[in-house]
Design a protein around this ligand. Structure first.
Ligand SMILES: [Zn+2]
Length: 81
C-alpha cells in the first residue's frame, strides 16, 4: 500500500507550511525599518510573514530596502561622530 507515502508527503507539506513562520521569527530578530531609496521615507518592518507571502512593501514603485536595527544604530553613531 501507499499509506506510508501519503504520510511522508503530509509531513513534508506540514513542514513547508511552517517554514515561512520560522524564517520570519529568525528575521524579526534583526528589527529595524523599511526605507525607500527614492524618497527616503521609512516605515516599521511590520509583519514579515505577510511581506514574504504577499510581497515585500514598495514605495515610489520600488521595493523598499530593509535597514536592520544594527544598521540604523550604526547610522545614528555616524551622524553623532
Ligand atoms: Zn518613496
Amino acid at each position: 500500500m501507499t499509506d506510508h507515502l501519503f504520510a511522508a508527503e503530509a509531513e513534508i507539506v506540514k513542514r513547508a507550511a511552517g517554514l515561512p513562520g520560522a524564517i520570519a521569527a529568525d528575521l524579526a530578530v534583526f528589527g529595524g525599518v523599511l526605507r525607500c531609496g527614492a524618497c527616503k521615507r521609512e516605515r516599521p518592518v511590520g509583519d514579515i510573514v505577510s511581506h514574504l507571502s504577499h510581497g515585500w512593501p514598495k514605495c515610489c514603485g520600488k521595493t523598499m530596502t530593509w535597514v536592520t536595527g544594527r544598521q540604523v544604530a550604526a547610522e545614528a553613531e555616524g551622524e553623532e561622530a
